[in-house]
Design a protein around this ligand. Structure first.
Ligand SMILES: [Zn+2]
Length: 147
């Protein structure tokens, strides 16, 4: 998929929803192709590449998680082309729709503006996932002499 400036402009229009380090990678691909591959043997390994796997046995790129966490910017990973599934369209569709949630699907990163809280319901503003607050009573023994 060729990444155009219009595509990058959309991402830049709502930076809060997306991941800065991934945006920078995508921006680097303006005018070039951006391909997203998922390793067949370990689906958690997703690689962003500017290389179309149809032309070679090995594809080169950076692992998504490394880009997300700020590591591996200069370290190029490789993947055997026959074990790499092209998920470019579904990845980019998901990234445009849900932003950071495509990378941080455990919702570990509490970025400002990511959540709305209404009474005891917390909602992710990007993907719509909800949580309900549960209040637990905890019984514990506390020493009288503060020791
Ligand atoms: Zn979400």
């Amino acid at each position: 998929m060729i990444i155009t400036k219009e595509y990058v402009d959309v991402i830049n229009s709502n930076k809060n929803k997306y991941v800065d380090s991934i945006n920078k990678y995508i921006e680097k691909c303006i005018g070039k192709g951006l391909y997203v591959y998922q390793w067949e043997k370990d689906k958690s390994i997703i690689m962003l590449s500017s290389q179309d796997k149809n032309n070679t046995d090995i594809v080169l790129g950076n692992k998504l998680y490394d880009i997300y966490s700020g590591y591996g910017k200069d370290y190029v990973s490789s993947m055997y082309s026959y074990l790499a599934n092209d998920i470019t369209k579904q990845f980019l569709d998901g990234y445009m729709r849900n932003g950071i949630c495509i990378v941080d699907n455990r919702h570990a990163y509490d970025r400002t503006g990511r959540y709305s809280i209404d009474d005891d319901v917390k909602t992710c503003n990007f993907c719509g996932k909800t949580w309900h607050k549960h209040i637990k009573m905890v019984e514990e023994w506390i020493a009288d002499d503060n020791s």
